[in-house]
Ligand binder design. Structure first.
Ligand code: DX5
Ligand code: ZN
Length: 252
């Protein structure tokens, strides 16, 4: 069964056609977005956990792991499809899965507004990015810490977002890898040479200790799991992170 068929079986009525015009966004580095990762939330109460941040977060970051591309296993299409219906913020699906060429389009069909695949796992990243956008989602491409941005420079014009992992993908609560900072700077420079605004997301170890470094280097979309859902007041944590990043970006 292919991904589209599987998606249709899940809920034929939820399929969407040409749902959105992709937003025309500014290159202003002060336009900071925060995407809390539900990987650090209570998985038995996901809807309630999302409610805690959905009025202040720009996105809900959903980590899909297949126990193959990464050694962890989380959730997949059926749960994403349910979360789309209950979440007050759009879903940003980060697919840490093998064979995204086959499976990623189904996440658009399920209603995710942004779908990010890993370049290390993709057979045909340009074709995949085009198919995600044609289906109505923003297309993102993720790089593990050791993958160079130059190795996939040709794909950049096809994207809405580049995700630079600042930890090895697979688990929350790891330490931010400062070694990725030069790659964030190079990626920002490359993106600024293109004639469209492409967001630069960072994911892994983002906290009040590290977010300013990432923002100064040029990131503008920040995933934070443990720093948000591990806080007593997750919404306040989102606002605090946003403030730190915005101030740091202004000082670039
Ligand atoms: C890790 C995931 C991250 C994770 C980040 O592979 O992609 O989104 O939730 O968690 P923290 O913010 O705790 O490092
Ligand atoms: Zn993630």
């Amino acid at each position: 069964m292919d991904a589209a068929t599987f998606s249709a079986l899940l809920s034929p009525r939820s399929r969407r056609v040409a749902r959105v015009d992709l937003p025309n966004v500014s290159r202003n580095p002060a336009e900071i977005q925060i995407a809390p990762s539900i990987l650090s939330a209570d998985f038995t109460a996901l809807a309630a956990e999302i409610d805690r941040i959905s009025t202040v977060a720009d996105w809900v970051h959903v980590d899909v792991m297949d126990n193959h591309f990464v050694p962890n296993l989380t959730l997949g299409l059926p749960i994403v499809e349910r979360l789309v219906k209950t979440s007050g913020a759009p879903l940003d699906c980060h697919l840490m899965i093998s064979d995204p060429d086959r499976w990623a389009p189904a996440y658009v069909e399920a209603g995710a507004a942004s779908v990010t695949f890993h370049v290390e796992a993709a057979q045909a990243p340009v074709r995949l990015a085009r198919s995600l956008r044609a289906a109505g989602a923003r297309a993102g491409m993720a790089l593990k810490p050791a993958t160079s941005i130059e190795s996939c420079e040709g794909v950049l014009p096809e994207l809405d977002m580049v995700l630079l992992m600042t930890v090895e993908p697979g688990f929350g609560g790891q330490q931010f890898l400062d070694v990725v900072l030069p790659k964030i700077r190079r990626t920002r420079q490359l993106l600024d040479t293109l004639d469209k605004a492409i967001w630069l997301q960072v994911d892994g170890g983002i906290s009040s200790e590290t977010i300013e470094r990432a923002a100064e280097a040029g990131a503008d979309v920040f995933v934070a799991g443990s720093a948000v859902f591990g806080a007593d007041d997750p919404a306040a944590a989102v606002e605090s992170l946003r403030g730190l990043a915005a101030t740091a970006a202004h000082h670039m």
